[in-house]
Structures are given as structure tokens and as C-alpha cells.
Design a protein around this ligand. Structure first.
Ligand code: SF4
Ligand code: SF4
Length: 304
């Protein structure tokens, strides 16, 4: 007993300071792949290497110059499983950064895209960077306040989350479970996981939504009192991930129920989950104004 007490006293505070202090992932961590479009030669090596078709290329003819074709290269972070194959295929133009705060409220914001022209001699030129997913620093500034402040401001009480596994490999669940350990300790922000959707404000959904889970997910959504938030966690929940859309899977949560925020990753690390929950909470005032259904209390009258 004394030994345990001594260890507890000497260990000090182990809890992570994120989001008050930006977290630095360990060496070897594979975060957001970044394409240096100025170095890219539109050779498609990364496209061929990508196992989930997160990088795609579309070739079209340029109507103004007959001998020239246009290539549009798109990287969709929602489909990315952060495997690093693109970097291995093209280390000159692609590298995996340590950025992990990639959550957005719109799938369109998960795309980065550039357009190239290639003439008949194979000479290419970068024509335009069509869209660029916002960088980590942009988003940090955009978000500003901490989870605790947001929860207190908007809910005036705690935020309750019900986790729904809609066919995941359980990789995402391992990271979600870590949110409750002493290092990430999500309860310090007033965020609690609950056993019933009737007591929840937010659904955290993982997996590509297997056909067998479709009805269960819809019923869980219906059972959650309005206004509610839904967060799709991981590549599977965003667009099917490695499972894609098939006879057995729907290929993403938003094909079945409305989604308020998307957290890329395979799986997303706990800080990325925390960041995504924060992004979703920013949507809460919008959700509240749309609310025409039952209040939280009314909804909570039902039983599980
Ligand atoms: S890191 Fe992402 S974009 Fe690159 S090959 Fe893997 S899945 Fe594709
Ligand atoms: S996103 Fe990756 S870790 Fe999460 S359920 Fe899908 S395959 Fe597993």
C-alpha cells in the first residue's frame, strides 16, 4: 500500500496539457500527408501507391490548347489511412507531417487539390492550387477556446457522449478508450461517456456502417434527444476507409445519418479526437437553432 502511495506521489501529474499547449506527437508519428505541388511532376506514382484511393488524378483535354492535357490531382484526407506509401513512392514531393488536428465540419474541407497542364512533349506546369485543406495553425486560431469553456458556455453542464461502433476494426475504439485514461482524462473538460443514447448530447460513430448496423445506428440516432451532434471518427466512418462501400458496408456514417464533424485518422490519436469534439461543439449553436424536437429532459424520460 505504501509503495503504491509513494509511486502516486512521485509520479506527479501525468495528464496531457492539450489543448492548452499544442501536443507534439512522438518521432515516427504519421500525420497529414503534405504534397509540395511546386515539386510535384504529376507523374501519378503516389496515385498508384495509395491503397485507399485517397489520392486521385483526373485527366481532361484543354479545349484552348489541343496538344495539352489538364491533370487535376486531389488528396482527400478523409480517405487517408496515413500509411506513408505515397511518401515512399515520391519522397521528392510528398512527406508525412506531424499534423493531426484535421477535423472539419465539411467533407469538402478535407480535400487539397492542384491542377497541372501537360503538353505533347510531356512538359508540365502547375496551373493552379484549387483548394488547400487548412493547416493546423489556422485551425487552432479559428477554434480558440478550450473544450471546458465551450462546454460550460453552450451546455451550462456536462457534455455526454455515446460511442457507437458501426463496424469498426476497434482501432478507433482503442483511441477513444484512451480519452478516459489519466493521460488524456477527458472528464476534466466536463465530457463524459454514457451508456445510453437517451442521456447523450453527442454520438461518436466509428466504422464504415456495416449493413447489419444500419438500423441500429438509425435507432440510436432517433433515441438521442435533440439537439444532438454526430461526429464521424476515422477514415471508415468518413468514407468507408479500407472497407469502402460494398455489399456489406455503406461507406460512411453520413450515408445513413447527418454528421456534424469528421475526424480523419486510422485511427485518430486521442488529441485528434479531442480536437474533433471541439470542432463539433462549435456547431452546437447551429444545431440548437434547428431544433424543433424534444428537449434533453423530455428525451431523457424514455428508458434504454
Ligand atoms: S498516406 Fe494516405 S494518401 Fe498517402 S498513400 Fe497512404 S492512404 Fe494514400
Ligand atoms: S478508421 Fe482505421 S482504426 Fe478506425 S475503424 Fe477504420 S480501419 Fe479501424
Amino acid at each position: 500500500m505504501l509503495r503504491i502511495l509513494k509511486r502516486a506521489l512521485t509520479a506527479g501529474v501525468v495528464t496531457d496539457s492539450y489543448p492548452a499547449i499544442t501536443a507534439e506527437p512522438p518521432d515516427g508519428f504519421r500525420g497529414k500527408p503534405v504534397i509540395d505541388f511546386a515539386r510535384c511532376t504529376a507523374c501519378d506514382r503516389c496515385v498508384a501507391a495509395c491503397p485507399t484511393d485517397a489520392i486521385t488524378v483526373e485527366t481532361t483535354s484543354d479545349h484552348h490548347a489541343i496538344d495539352t492535357v489538364e491533370k487535376t490531382l486531389t488528396l482527400n484526407y478523409g480517405d487517408c489511412i496515413f500509411c506513408g506509401e505515397c511518401e515512399a513512392a515520391c519522397p521528392e514531393a510528398v512527406h508525412l507531417s506531424k499534423e493531426f488536428q484535421l477535423a472539419t465540419i465539411s467533407k469538402a474541407d478535407l480535400r487539397t487539390q492542384a491542377r497541372y497542364t501537360v503538353d505533347k512533349d510531356g512538359v508540365f506546369a502547375l496551373a493552379e492550387i484549387v483548394s488547400q485543406a487548412p493547416s493546423q495553425d489556422d485551425r487552432l486560431e479559428e477554434i480558440g477556446a478550450t473544450v471546458r469553456e465551450k462546454v460550460r458556455q453552450l451546455f451550462g453542464r456536462s457534455l455526454h457522449i455515446r460511442e457507437v461502433d458501426a463496424g469498426s476494426c476497434n482501432g478507433c475504439e482503442v483511441e477513444i478508450t484512451a480519452l478516459n485514461n489519466p493521460i488524456y482524462d477527458i472528464e476534466r473538460f466536463g465530457v463524459h461517456f454514457v451508456a445510453s443514447p437517451r442521456h447523450a448530447d453527442m454520438l461518436l460513430v466509428t466504422g464504415p456502417v456495416t449493413r447489419n448496423m444500419e438500423i441500429a445506428l438509425k435507432q440510436t440516432y432517433e433515441a438521442t434527444p435533440d439537439p444532438k451532434l454526430v461526429v464521424a471518427v476515422g477514415a471508415c466512418a468518413i468514407g468507408g476507409g479500407i472497407f469502402g462501400k460494398s455489399y456489406a458496408t455503406w461507406g460512411g456514417v453520413d450515408t445513413v445519418i447527418p454528421v456534424d464533424a469528421f475526424i480523419p485518422g486510422c485511427p485518430p490519436r486521442p488529441e485528434a479526437l479531442l480536437h474533433g469534439i471541439l470542432v463539433a461543439i462549435d456547431r452546437y449553436p447551429h444545431r440548437s437553432s434547428l431544433n424543433t424536437g424534444s428537449s434533453h429532459k423530455e428525451g431523457a424520460k424514455g428508458t434504454t
